[in-house]
Write a protein that binds this ligand. Sequence first.
Ligand code: TRP
Ligand code: SF4
Length: 333
Amino acid sequence: MTQKKRIVSGMRPTGPLHLGNYHGALANWIRIQEAYDCFYFIADWHALTSDYEDPRMIEAHVRGMMLDWLSVGLSPEKSTLFIQSRIKEHAELFLILSMITPVPWLERNPTYKDQMVQIQNKDLSTFGFLGYPVLQAADIIMYKAFGVPVGMDQVPHVEITREIARRFNSLYGEIFPEPQAILTETSKILGTDRRKMSKSYNNAIYLSDSPKAIAATVTQMITDPQRARKSDPGNPDVCNVFTFHRIYTNPDKVAEIDATCRTAEIGCVECKKIMAQNLAQALAPVREKRAYYEQRPKLVHEIIESGCGRARGVAEKTMEEVRALIRIESRKT
Ligand code: TRP
Ligand code: SF4
């Protein structure tokens, strides 16, 4: 049997996962579990780079994120699911990589520059925040990943990872493959207000939402802004509710809604009701699985232990190689 190629990706535990996270990343993570040897981790140290002033919620979010992952179909049998801070080797490799990473590589990182401008309510002028991509590089090359499934905003980080890997290899010895970013076509899911779906915009539908909560949120969705009254014909092409129908409603019904919206035969209230029902139905198995795992904290604990154990095994081996190459605390000295 040929060895499956290794994939690594992480997610910061900043809150419950919503449909934007699902369609933007998780759906792809789930899909590629069959074809690749996937290492997925909860990047709690990364959450600390921006939430260091008030880290109290991080632990609860880690637990919630693992439940979200298991309930949507990340599988502990197929993939290695773990928590970054449980593998101390990440911190050691981060330290070593920080020695060889020129500061200008970090200062010119577009994601860093964007966030420094956009995030105004937190003081991000820290060493850790600037060094974020070095920690991310450690996360990735620790497992000698071939690919990193990420969104567009993370491509610069994978690029810096490649540069750091190259630099390590040329200084000490060729042990790290240069990982490539794996970008996937994802369906753009907008929030209720038609902005990007985000917890901080308060416009999200969560994977763990009850049918009631879903119905309430869908009621608030902005539809075709030109359609003020039910008697006005609507345009599904510009309507976010319709985008959701395309994903969650059967094609015949989608065609019917498309036609009857344009002739003003169907109103937005009814249209939303149908969508909310279909969405709630699609999420029913996710809610069921979540309840299953919520009732079995011991099982979840074991899943985390076993995932961390597997990750640690690989990380320890990598670090032995690294220590031998840099001649610090290596077993050979
Ligand atoms: N920086 C990523 C994000 O904000 C999270 C992350 C941390 C990550 N380490 C990683 C992603 C390693 C891929 C690989 O989304
Ligand atoms: Fe959108 Fe449906 Fe209203 Fe048409 S009827 S504008 S598709 S919500």
